[in-house]
Design a binder for this molecule. Structure first.
Ligand SMILES: *Cc1c(COP(=O)(O)O)cnc(C)c1O
Length: 408
């Protein structure tokens, strides 16, 4: 309880003393959340267009999640991965019903869900493709931070890290069919990709490309994996991003928004890829009651409140408002789907703009030096859009990103 009485300064000092330095964090301490807003320990309020990193799909501390956690925690928190529990069964039924997949495996993070998909792909290769083990992934992709998912990730900055990587990943540029076909060989067991690259700067895959990948996977009996960790469950304006394309994968991974902030992830597979045997994959916390109850409550709310539709509508409004800034400000290339949106600012200014907005009570994300990404909770309203645009516009003025300043 001692820390509750500490001043923000002493909290920050002890944070720097005791936490491993794995992230550049601003000198504030987040303390409370409600709906679209966060408050720090100094009482400053922030309109949240980062959404806990595309996680707090229902906003901060929503009643549906609070109630589910309170009820389930008084009933059963953890029984052991060696037993079935009721929320596990109910959530599995719900996810298979709404997704068009037959089977689900639960884990605790996006990386773990992708790790499961990688293992399932290798099992498929071992059983049905003569020991094929290579997985084709995309340049600029992001699949997580375990050693295998870092190896799958096509991020330039990851290349020199933690060598040697896990072998068996080939990276090809997104939307380049020739490059992908050239990479397919007897050793290929799977192709894995995001439908909108999130961490990579909000770049969507094109429909004809995806359709051609689906065809090739069918012809060669290669597993097609969509990493919908960021795009799934309403984020892009459909329940799943694959619905935009009319292309269904064999395996799909979900995490981030699935339980509104409680750590839960899922790997879904069609009947044909129900290939794991007992012992192949698991985890102490996977499918534990508390997380399953949280996921069930959050996904039910996303469906019942038609939040995918809200994401589509508010996303379109945000795109329109951002495009309206083109004339006066050095803003360009508004892109994305639903509430996974990006736009460009001049090289090097994105982190500066994000820091200025933070000072003025708006959280936005700069995935690289020239891109701003917006991923607010799916409950965002037109008033919240108006407030965001007002603070963003003031931020563009303050850091000198008016067209006059940039051109002169
Ligand atoms: C965030 C993310 C991951 C990793 O999820 P974690 O929960 O951080 O392990 C994987 N893939 C995509 C597309 C993501 O956006």
């Amino acid at each position: 309880m001692q820390s509750l009485n500490k001043t923000t300064d002493s909290l920050l000092a002890s944070a720097k003393q005791s936490l491993l330095y794995t992230a550049n964090r601003p000198d504030i301490v987040m303390n409370r959340g409600e709906g679209m807003y966060l408050w720090d320990t100094e009482g400053n309020r922030y309109l949240d267009y980062v959404g806990g990193w595309a996680v707090t799909s229902l906003g901060h501390s929503p009643a549906a999640l609070r109630d589910a956690l309170a009820e389930q925690s008084s009933q059963l928190v953890h029984a052991s991965p060696g037993f079935y529990n009721k929320p596990m069964i109910e959530f599995a039924n719900l996810l298979t019903e709404i997704s068009g997949f037959d089977k689900v495996f639960f884990a605790n993070s996006g990386a773990e869900a992708n790790e499961s998909a990688i293992k399932l792909a290798r099992k498929h290769g071992a059983l049905h493709r003569d020991g094929a083990y290579e997985i084709i992934t995309m340049t600029n992709s992001f699949h997580g931070r375990t050693l295998a998912t870092m190896s799958a990730t096509g991020k330039e900055a990851f290349k020199p890290l933690f060598e040697p990587k896990i072998p068996g990943f080939k990276h090809v540029p997104i939307n380049d069919l020739d490059a992908c076909f050239a990479a397919i060989s007897d050793r290929t067991c799977a192709i894995m990709l995001e439908l909108v690259q999130g961490e990579g700067g909000v770049h969507a895959v094109e429909a004809p490309y995806l359709q051609a990948l689906r065809k090739a996977c069918d012809v060669y009996n290669i597993m097609l994996i969509f990493d919908e960790v960021q795009t799934g469950l309403g984020r892009t304006g459909k329940l799943f991003a694959y619905e935009h394309y009319g292309v269904k994968p064999d395996v799909m991974t979900l995490a981030k928004g699935i339980a509104g902030g409680y750590p839960v992830s899922a790997m879904l597979a069609t009947e044909k890829f129900d290939l794991f045997a007992p012992g192949d994959q698991g985890g102490t916390y996977g499918a534990a009651p508390l997380g399953m109850a949280a996921g069930y409550a959050v996904v039910s709310e996303i469906i019942n409140k038609r939040l995918a539709d809200n994401a589509a509508n508010q996303g379109a409004l945000i795109q329109e408002k951002l495009t309206g800034l083109f004339e006066d400000y050095a803003v360009s290339h508004v892109r994305g789907k639903g509430l996974l949106l990006g736009f460009n600012v001049p090289e090097g200014t994105a982190p500066v703009l994000a820091a200025e907005c933070l000072r003025n009570g708006l959280l936005i994300n700069a995935p690289n030096a020239s891109t701003i990404r917006l991923m607010p909770p799916l409950i965002v309203t037109a008033d919240d859009v108006e407030e965001m645009i007002t603070i963003l516009t003031a931020g563009l003025e303050a850091v000198g990103l008016t067209n006059e300043a940039v051109c002169s």
